[in-house]
Design a protein around this ligand. Structure first.
Ligand SMILES: [Zn+2]
Length: 251
């Protein structure tokens, strides 16, 4: 498996029974054992060497997007699997992120899930299997995730206070349900490969601290929802709960 543009790794690779290689243009301070420094448009691997490529929030950073997608298609097995997640640059969250981070290194902007799926499919030769809408938790604004003092612009968001972010993201979701806007949306996760079956329901409950999403039905079945709130199964942070069934319009 190739974890492309992942710095120190975009997921817990050790949990999977396969060899994962992390690749990034620059070598991060502490990197995993299997790390390769290279650019995405010139991958130093043989043709069809990988069973899967994971591009988790990296396509928006690639300066040579077309050639990078060609390379993904070249190193992937024809029966392989590709996961691509990117921000939707038309969303409020991505605008806030780019405003605060002065661009945040996003050189490619994606505004259509269909357009993105078509482009990736054409370039890599893999069929599109499904797309999931990703919801925001504004966790990049959370003071608990920031080293040192937050910049002055953060004052607009309660200085990155977890309580303010919890209310803000809950307010976004309620507003969307009421008037069918997309303020709670952040981006998309697209899946590619033959015979791949994917779950594409939108998970609206995303943790304000760690950013992990959980299905509403699972949180309820597990008895984790108390008084319209739940504590994140990943990091224990309190979040306000919304019912995914009410957000079918976001697809
Ligand atoms: Zn969490």
């Amino acid at each position: 498996m190739l974890d492309l543009g992942s710095r120190t790794g975009s997921f817990a690779a050790e949990a999977w029974a396969c060899i994962t290689i992390c690749l990034d243009a620059e070598v991060p301070g502490a990197h995993p054992r299997r790390f390769v420094a290279a650019r995405a448009e010139a991958l130093p691997f043989r043709d069809r060497q990988f069973a899967a490529v994971i591009s988790n929030h990296s396509l928006e950073h690639f300066e040579a997007l077309g050639p990078s997608l060609d390379e993904i298609g070249r190193v992937l097995d024809a029966n392989g699997f590709l996961f691509v997640a990117v921000p939707d640059s038309s969303t409020l969250t991505d605008r806030i992120y780019r405003w605060l981070a002065r661009g945040g290194g996003h050189v490619n902007s994606f505004t259509s899930a269909e357009g993105l799926a078509r482009l990736v499919s054409e370039k890599t030769g893999l069929p599109h299997a499904g797309t999931r809408v990703l919801c925001t938790s504004l966790s990049f604004l959370n003071r608990a995730n920031l080293p040192g003092r937050p910049p002055r612009r953060f004052l607009l968001f309660g200085g990155g206070s977890e309580r303010v972010l919890r209310m803000l993201t809950y307010g976004f979701r309620k507003l969307d349900r009421l008037i069918h806007t997309r303020t709670c949306v952040y981006g998309w996760a697209c899946y590619f490969g033959s015979g791949v079956s994917v779950e594409t329901e939108t998970w609206t409950n995303v943790c304000v601290r760690c950013g992990s999403a959980h299905p509403a039905s699972w949180l309820e079945e597990e008895g984790r929802v108390k008084r319209r709130s739940y504590f994140c199964p990943q990091c224990g942070t309190k979040n306000y709960f919304t019912n995914d069934d009410e957000y079918g319009f976001l697809r």
